[in-house]
Design a protein around this ligand. Structure first.
Ligand SMILES: NC(=O)c1ccc[n+]([C@@H]2O[C@H](COP(=O)([O-])OP(=O)(O)OC[C@H]3O[C@@H](n4cnc5c(N)ncnc54)[C@H](OP(=O)(O)O)[C@@H]3O)[C@@H](O)[C@H]2O)c1
Length: 294
């Protein structure tokens, strides 16, 4: 398990443990990672940016969950093959499906596809979790959300659904050679997302409409995920990092979504709604800093 301490990866670890699978979790900081996992999860040090550091971690591994690191993916995948890894599940992105992503996740998919190993790509769209990183601080502090595009809508996906699909691809047969684009079950506006969070925490949340430029300033000041992605989230840059016009962000072309499968097709379990997600994270919106994430 690379990316084992990540939002999705740690859920996959939990599922594998519950399924009775022996798990080795990789981290650049194994001491910090150790406390997150059950005792029978082996925690080892390794860095995807330094492929040779991965070699000890790969010994005896049968299936690998691969967190995307485009620069070194060919070397990491080659080492995995030499170590006897049989199957690789890539945490990729729905942006590959829509054609936006050519530099971040696509090279990892290509490396795995040309390896001769069994592969499955898990391509989530927008994480519901992004709203915890973006809106959590101001909801916790002021019960307010400052949002430039309240009526923009998309199909955000629950991290538990992503983890369910990745786990199935790791431990079940029948998923090899598949690229699963994962979206949520409903097209939901940001306004409706705010309402769902308010219902989950049992408190009113005020929605204040701000300009994209104001939102960018707020995100930059907030730090973390919001600051790291401020230009993209407010439309000043496109997916590839090129300058863009934020007013163009008003137009959402659903045709760009591409093939839209949901976790239900893979797992047989109904795909989780935004209301369920808000309920699952109500405590994170009420107090404190979420235990994991950006
Ligand atoms: N947010 C979205 O809307 C969205 C949508 C589609 C796709 N995605 C993709 O999903 C991924 C994020 O997944 P996530 O939220 O589960 O991850 P995350 O919470 O951001 O955690 C990152 C994980 O990757 C590991 N990691 C990072 N760099 C590493 C390196 N050089 N060597 C070894 N491990 C490394 C970290 O491990 P340690 O720190 O323990 O070493 C950690 O476990 C990204 O690729 C993102 O592009 C996100």
């Amino acid at each position: 398990m690379t990316g084992a301490t990540g939002n999705v990866g740690r859920l996959v670890v939990d599922r594998l443990v519950r399924a009775g699978v022996t798990v080795r979790a990789l981290s650049r900081d194994p001491a910090r990672a150790r406390v997150r996992f059950a005792e029978d999860v082996e925690v080892v040090e390794g860095d995807l940016a330094r492929p040779q550091s991965m070699a000890p971690a790969l010994k005896g591994v049968d299936g690998m969950y691969l967190f995307p690191h485009a620069a070194t993916a060919p070397q990491v995948v080659a080492l995995a093959g030499e170590a006897g890894v049989r199957r690789i599940v890539v945490l990729s992105s729905g942006a590959v499906t829509t054609g936006y992503d050519t530099d971040f996740h696509l090279p990892v998919e290509h490396a795995v596809e040309s390896s001769g190993l069994e592969w499955t790509h898990v391509r989530p769209g927008e994480f519901m979790l992004n709203k915890l990183w973006l809106w959590g601080p101001s909801i916790r502090a002021e019960r307010i959300i400052r949002e430039p595009l309240p009526d923009a809508a998309w199909y955000p996906v629950h991290e538990q659904d992503i983890a369910d699909v990745a786990t199935a691809a790791l431990i079940e047969d029948g998923h090899q050679g598949a690229a699963y684009t994962l979206n949520g079950p409903e097209l939901i506006t940001r306004r409706a997302q705010v309402a769902a969070i308010a219902a989950a925490i049992g408190a009113e949340i005020r929605l204040e409409v701000v300009t994209p430029a104001q939102a960018r300033e707020l995100y930059l000041a907030q730090g973390g995920f919001a600051a790291d992605n401020a230009d993209f989230l407010t439309g000043f840059k496109d997916y590839s990092g090129a300058e863009a016009d934020p007013s163009a962000k008003q137009e959402f072309d659903l045709a760009m979504l591409g093939p839209m499968s949901t976790a239900e097709e893979v797992t047989g379990r109904p795909t989780r709604t935004f209301a369920e997600w808000a309920h699952d994270h109500a405590r994170d919106f009420l107090a404190g800093v979420p235990s994991a994430g950006f």
